[in-house]
Design a protein around this ligand. Structure first.
Ligand SMILES: Cc1cc2nc3c(=O)[nH]c(=O)nc-3n(C[C@H](O)[C@H](O)[C@H](O)COP(=O)(O)OP(=O)(O)OC[C@H]3O[C@@H](n4cnc5c(N)ncnc54)[C@H](O)[C@@H]3O)c2cc1C
Length: 295
């Protein structure tokens, strides 16, 4: 039994380290972009010499060349990892399980289904097994020295060429890595108000901004901010949900957050069922008041 943890960058390696340390064997880590790698106890660190992740088809061919004899290839659940690992699994005709939250026994994988309302235990045939994992299900990693480090050259071009790249989060931390996420729903009304109230509080707390699908579909927030079943899965230390009803699909993306604060005018809103702290209040009063208190 041996594990290769694939990480986008240093923060992603840190996010996957708890899973890797609990895996029950030594593990190596393949970091797909250059930068310092945190001390997570990897036997070998392979680091790809590229500033940005190349398109997934080029990366898949490169990762295929690194599979060696590993029995498990894992990465933290994210759009990029599901895209990349599914391609590599396809290339080597191997099984893949996404969004794993626990390994109850060797070869068994626990994962949420039906937007998180049920848990399924999955067994697969074939090797290696490709996994994407949700870090919140695993213990926090200990700081441990890594073994040897090797640098790998950037991959050759694939058939996909990236022609443009834009960042729209204004320097905020990545939504899936942030320790604090402030999310807003449909009542925010327009993009400027969302940015002032949700983005403003996120900045004061050093966090990321998130949104519901209703907010995204209404043009209030950009697509990459969507949290939920068809958006990003987050598990920050603090999740503030303002004007969010708490649909099953939204909660599927944030219910593993450590502390959930809900602000909603409707005391019966479903979000209060999973909230640690609930404020039955108009968000247009509550959010400016919280921002002022933090000044
Ligand atoms: C297949 C599928 C996939 C989906 N995937 C996702 C997903 O990934 N993520 C996601 O978020 N949704 C997803 N949805 C949509 C989801 O079902 C809900 O429609 C959506 O989450 C509702 O967003 P909302 O809470 O912003 O809006 P609403 O349902 O309109 O709720 C707004 C809430 O704000 C409260 N409110 C109103 N005014 C104020 C105020 N002034 N101050 C405070 N509170 C106020 C209301 O009481 C209400 O609870 C999906 C749906 C489907 C069918």
């Amino acid at each position: 039994m041996s594990l290769l943890l694939i990480a986008l960058n240093a923060a992603d390696a840190q996010a996957g380290a708890g899973f890797a340390q609990s895996f029950g064997s030594e593990f190596d880590v393949l970091v797909l972009t250059k930068g310092d790698v945190p001390a997570i106890g990897a036997r070998q660190v392979f680091s790809v010499d590229q500033a940005d992740l190349a398109p997934a088809d080029a990366m898949a061919t490169m990762v295929q060349g690194q599979l060696g004899n590993y029995t498990t290839i894992a990465a933290v659940s994210a759009m990029w990892s599901k895209d990349l690992l599914a391609r590599v699994a396809g290339l080597v005709d191997a099984p893949m399980v996404t969004d794993v939250i626990a390994i109850p026994a060797p070869g068994q994988y626990l994962r949420p289904i039906v937007a998180g309302s049920l848990l399924a235990t999955v067994e697969v045939d074939g090797a290696p097994v490709f996994l994407t994992i949700r870090p919140a299900g695993f213990a926090k990693p200990e700081e441990r020295a890594n073994g040897s480090t090797s640098s790998l050259g950037a991959p050759s071009n694939g058939v996909t060429v990236r022609t443009n790249k834009s960042a729209s989060q204004g320097g905020r931390p990545d939504l899936t890595q942030a320790k604090v996420v402030v999310s807003g729903g449909r009542p925010l009304g327009d993009a400027a108000t969302f940015e002032r109230l949700i983005g403003g509080l996120a900045d004061k707390l050093g966090g990321a901004a998130g949104a519901t699908r209703a907010a995204v579909d209404s043009g209030i927030a950009s697509n990459e901010l969507q949290v939920g079943q068809t958006g990003k899965i987050v598990a920050p230390d603090l999740y503030i949900a303002a004007g969010i009803s708490g649909s099953t699909q939204h909660m599927a993306g944030m219910k593993d957050s450590k502390i959930i604060v809900a602000i909603n005018t409707d005391g019966d809103a479903a979000i209060f069922q999973i909230a640690d702290y609930g404020l039955v209040m108009d968000l247009f009063e509550a959010l400016p008041a919280i921002q002022s208190a933090l000044d």
